[in-house]
Design a protein around this ligand. Structure first.
Ligand code: MG
Length: 371
């Protein structure tokens, strides 16, 4: 099974309601899909969304990086040489993590097809079901409480509440949501870098003193502000999780060494794919640090890859935030991972198990540009 060709497509899925964080508002999932064809007629699927404000990547940059640099670096290689391929992908270009992740996802999908086993089993996992939280977007308090209660009624036991817009309002939001859901669900907060270190400590201490119990707070301050992360981590009881502060294994090591976070959020689009996600989980495991697996606002192709990693590394990846397929109006991906409310199930299908994708618009990159 040798890598013979890479094709591209665009996949768009409208959201049920707009997704709002302190950084942006988005109303559709839009992924670059890459299809890696082999000489024996197999296809591996990978995908990446454009999250310019987080990874610096756009659809155009993802296509360009894969088409011009990453794909040529692995063309003709045997899928059985998995580690050699992922080394080439990672070494072909600096940064461009989402482009690398899309390619690695397709390669792991093929690797599973080669050995006729699902990816999570090849990575050593035994459990085929994981449980995700659900995101409550930033909105008016009443709307957030309504969304939180509806999520509990739909069976979700962990709510990930987006905050970070205005500290005073955030305190009111969380108190109201906690009052309405405390007996039904755990609450984790994601400030998406929206607070200063002092604001973060003030908000969290106020909530702690008023009896609100939070499972964790994610990225309270700017991603690059590791000192700020450490400042918050040292001053609050609530566990602090690094998201935008943590990309690859090096950042994870740095955060752990500096005791700047209690938990690390692994996302394939930040790590550059599955190979580095596994390294981070192993590094964290050595240090007794737990991880969450998360995703961007992306289709269920990339989320399937993340789910397989979570299932394989469940002793370290104890928290799962893979709810974006549930935010779309429909799931255009057939086969693969099953999403049923909070439960995400892997099947025994080889690789990622994807059989077809509805509404995939082919992109012609033969002239060097996406048309
Ligand atoms: Mg986050």
């Amino acid at each position: 099974m040798k890598i013979e060709r890479v094709r591209f497509g665009m996949l768009r899925v409208p959201l049920v309601t707009p997704f709002k964080t302190s950084l942006r508002t988005v109303d559709e999932i839009a992924d670059v899909v890459i299809m890696v064809d082999t000489d024996d007629g197999r296809t591996g699927y990978g995908s990446a969304p454009a999250t310019a404000v987080i990874t610096g990547e756009t659809h155009g940059s993802i296509i360009e990086a894969v088409h011009k640099v990453i794909a040529p670096a692995i063309m003709g290689m045997s899928v059985a040489d998995l580690n050699a391929i992922t080394d080439r992908i990672q070494g072909a270009i600096i940064k461009n993590f989402s482009a690398k992740a899309a390619m690695e996802t397709a390669i792991y999908d093929l690797f599973g097809q080669l050995y006729d086993a699902p990816v999570y089993k090849l990575l050593g996992g035994g459990e085929s079901v994981i449980v995700t939280d659900i995101t409550i977007s930033v909105d008016y308090i009443d709307k957030m409480v309504e969304d939180a209660v509806a999520a509990c009624e739909a069976g979700f036991e962990t709510l990930k509440v987006k905050v970070g817009k205005d500290p005073e309002m955030d305190i009111e939001r969380i108190k109201a949501i906690y009052a309405a859901t405390a007996d039904k669900a755990l609450i984790r907060l994601d400030a998406n870098q929206g607070w200063t270190p002092k604001q973060a400590v003030s908000v969290l201490r106020t909530l702690e003193e008023s009896g609100v119990q939070l499972e964790l707070v994610e990225q309270p301050v700017l991603g690059e502000d590791i000192e700020g992360m450490k400042y918050v981590t040292e001053r609050v009881h609530t566990p602090v999780m690094a998201d935008e502060s943590s990309f690859g294994p090096r950042e994870a090591i740095e955060l752990i060494r500096n005791r700047a976070a209690d938990i690390i959020n692994i996302k394939l689009m930040k790590t550059g794919g599955i190979s580095n996600a596994i390294k981070i989980a192993d590094i964290a495991g050595i240090h007794g640090i737990e991880c969450m697996i998360g995703c961007m606002l992306e289709s269920s192709i990339g989320v399937a890859a993340a789910a397989h990693v979570a299932a394989a590394k469940s002793s370290v990846i104890t928290k799962v935030d893979l709810d974006t397929p549930a935010l779309g109006r429909f799931d255009p991906v057939h086969g693969g991972v099953r999403f049923d409310g909070p439960e995400i199930s892997m099947t025994d299908a080889p690789g990622l198990g994807i059989t077809a994708i509805d509404g995939l618009e082919p992109l012609d990159v033969s002239n060097g540009k996406a048309s």
